[in-house]
Structure formats: C-alpha cells, structure tokens
Design a protein around this ligand. Structure first.
Ligand code: NAP
Ligand code: GFB
Length: 336
C-alpha cells in the first residue's frame, strides 16, 4: 500500500470539487499502468492540501474476496474511490479466458461498489473501456451506445462485466443517491505497463518484441495484418483526466476519455512509431495467422471536449518515445 499525504501544492487548475475534506482517496488497482501514472501525478503535488491518497495492489486485498475488500476499506476509511482494479489483458489473453475475465471483474466490481456504498463513500470513479461497445455500430461511438448490442466476440467476458458497472452505478444512484460514475478510456499505454508479450496489449507487446529483436538480431513480428485501427491515450494524460473527473465531473453517465477520432492510427503505423523510437533497423514482418481482433472502435471525445476544450494530449510519438526509453532503462524491473 502506497500512501501520499498532503502534498506541497494544490493541483494545477483543479477546484476543490464536491465531497468532504480532507479527502482520503483510495485508488484500487493503484499498482497498475493507470494507477502508477496517478501515483506519479500525486507525487508531483497534484493532490489538494489536506488530501491523502492511498494506492492499493492485490497484495493489500484480493478484491474478488468480499471479506478482504471490507477489511481494506475499514483500514483505509476512504471518502473517495478511484476504482481501477480489474483483470486486464490484451486481445489474445481475452480470447483465451473470456469466462475468467467475466467472473473476476464481476466479483471485483460488486465487492468494491457495494463496500463503497456501505462506507458512505462520497464519490466513486470506475473504469469501463472503449472496447466494450457494440461491435456492430455506427461511428463515431459515443457514451449513449454502451448497451446497444453485443460486444466484439474476442472479449465478451470483460466487456459485459464492464458494462455492468454502468448498470450498478445507475442502481446505486437511483436507490441510494450515490455519486458513482465511470470513465471510458480508449487503449492506454505508458510506463509501468504490462509488457508481457502473450498477455499484454499491443503497444507494450511490440515495444518488448522490438527490444528482443534488436538484441537478438531477429525480425520484429507484428501480429495480424496491421490494418486494424486504434486510438491510444498516454497513461499520464488519462491520469490527469481522471483527477479532473474525481474533482469536477458530476454526471452518473460515463464519459469517454480518449484522443480525438483524427488521432486514430493503424497497428502498422503504431508499429512504425515504435520501430523509430527504439531505433530498430531490422526486418518487420506481419504474422497474418494471428487474429486482428476488432477492426476499429472509433470513439468520439466530444463530450470531454465540451468540458475541457483546451486539454492538451501528449503527442503520440513523444509518448511512445518516453515509454520506450523507460522500458529500455527498466527492462529488468518491468512487468513482462
Ligand atoms: P493493469 O496494469 O493490469 O493493473 C491492474 C490493477 O488491478 C493492478 O494494480 C492489479 O494489482 C489490480 N488487480 C487485479 N486483480 C486484482 C484483484 N483480484 N484484487 C485486487 N487488485 C487487483 O491495468 P490498467 O491497464 O492499469 O487498467 C486500469 C483500469 O483501466 C482497469 O479497470 C481497466 O479495465 C481500465 N482500462 C485499461 C485500458 C488499457 O488499455 N490498459 C483501456 C481501457 C480501460 P497487482 O499489481 O497486484 O496485480
Ligand atoms: O491491445 P490489443 O491486444 O487489444 O491490440 P485490442 C490487438 C491488436 O493489435 C490486434 C495487433 O489487431 C493484434 O493483431 N497486434 C499486433 C498485437 N502485434 C501485437 C502484439 O504483439 N500484441 C498484441 N496484444 N496485439 C483490447 C481488449 O482489444 O483492448 C481488452 O481485448 C482491452 O479487453 C483493451 O479493453 C483496451 O485493442 O484489440
């Protein structure tokens, strides 16, 4: 359990927002990709005076277990919760374990939301994902479309579990007036990601593979055709937006947190950015025997832009460069 006490300065450009002070903000999943980005911002002084931030890992409590969930809430006494903890994986991990993704995420989410309710937590911000939207849809996707049809078959377990958070949030608000809301990030990447090639997401997987290809003088193998398209958000940008949601966003309905549609890139283009950032000079080949997964899930960030028209995302090439440099410098400590 990582704790950050009252920081040296107020969060830049953030008002106090709703809820009691001093705040005790409990971050479930605090040791993961997004959690570590939040930790970095808080350690840089983004918390408000008098706030205490507590970052959990599964070592502090297995949140699929209700007794452990209750015990850690009792210990931490949070006033606010950022709920990131989840069984998370890339396309190939999801395809192989849809039931596990369903069961574990359903258990985690029900335990965290019900325990937060029992503790009278003032606000919970949970996480959905742009990959949970209906596969057969019009574009761009927006927040109103979550339940308009089945998700892509590759990750139906994860997708349905995540959709239930939206149902739970509405239930806790309708029945108990709880301010339980959610964000819908697009594909996230950054330092402290899961760089495991079999289980992780595409960008950390390609960064790890490029590192090994360079070291072993072998080709870089990109799985699939490279044609699918994705919007990628840098974990530090997502963390900045999540802090804003915690303090300012007052809707129960979820909000998409993504770069604009115009920032969407193909997997091939993403691979080229990684090749450039890693300085890889070898051959790049596409293994089309591997699944492409969902072709696209182009999401609109116009709701976010209505609130934050001037928010600046880190340029993709800069974020990729920072992530690659971190991975090379921390190869032995990185999750892989
Ligand atoms: P991550 O790097 O895999 O981290 C997952 C976090 O959840 C870790 O802190 C992990 O703890 C914790 N956790 C997993 N199972 C747990 C359990 N049974 N009990 C307690 N803690 C548990 O995930 P992430 O990428 O940061 O994702 C954070 C949130 O963003 C998730 O809700 C995810 O669905 C959502 N999201 C992610 C993406 C993406 O592209 N990464 C995109 C959209 C939405 P340990 O460190 O101890 O394992
Ligand atoms: O990030 P990713 O695994 O998940 O991306 P999704 C998969 C896409 O990248 C497919 C291609 O088109 C793959 O063929 N790809 C190329 C690779 N090389 C690689 C590689 O080395 N590793 C991986 N993983 N892919 C996930 C959902 O979908 O999106 C999850 O399944 C989650 O539930 C996540 O929500 C955000 O973007 O396809």
């Amino acid at each position: 359990m990582q704790e950050a006490g009252p920081g040296p300065g107020a969060a830049a450009g953030m008002s106090g927002g709703s809820g009691p002070h001093p705040r005790r903000v409990l971050v479930t999943g605090g040791s993961g990709l997004v959690g570590r980005a939040l930790q970095q911002l808080v350690s840089e002084g983004k918390e408000l005076p008098g706030e205490k931030w507590i970052f959990l890992s599964s070592a502090d409590a297995d949140l699929t277990n209700v007794a452990e969930t209750r015990a850690v809430f009792k210990r931490c006494q949070p006033t606010h919760v950022i709920h990131l903890a989840a069984k998370v994986g890339g396309l190939f991990h999801n395809m192989a374990h849809n039931l596990d993704f369903w069961r574990q995420n359903m258990q985690i989410n029900d335990n965290v939301l019900q325990t937060a309710h029992e503790h009278g937590v003032a606000k919970v911000v949970s996480c959905l994902s742009t990959c949970i939207f209906p596969d057969k849809t019009t574009y761009p996707i927006d927040e109103t479309m979550i339940h308009n049809g089945p998700p892509h078959s590759s990750n139906f377990g994860y997708s349905y579990a995540k959709r239930m958070i939206d149902v739970q949030n509405r239930g806790y608000h309708e029945q108990y007036g709880r301010m339980f809301t959610a964000v819908i990030p697009t594909n996230v990447f950054g330092t402290h990601d899961n760089f495991n090639i079999e289980l992780g997401h595409v960008l950390p997987g390609l960064i790890h593979k490029a590192y090994l290809a360079q070291k072993n003088n072998t080709p870089l193998v990109v799985w699939g055709s490279g044609k699918p398209r994705r919007q990628f958000i840098y974990s530090l940008d997502l963390a900045r937006l999540i802090i804003w949601v915690l303090r300012e966003y007052q809707e129960i309905e979820p909000i998409i947190l993504s770069v604009g549609e115009e920032e969407e890139v193909s997997i091939k283009e993403a691979a080229e950015s990684i090749v450039s950032a890693m300085g890889f000079k070898g051959e790049v080949i596409f293994d089309t025997s591997k699944s492409d997964g969902q072709f696209k899930k182009t999401a609109s960030n116009s709701k976010l832009r209505k609130y934050l028209p001037n928010f600046q995302f880190t340029p993709f090439s800069q974020a990729i460069k920072e992530t690659c440099e971190w991975f090379v410098a921390n190869y032995h400590a990185a999750r892989k």
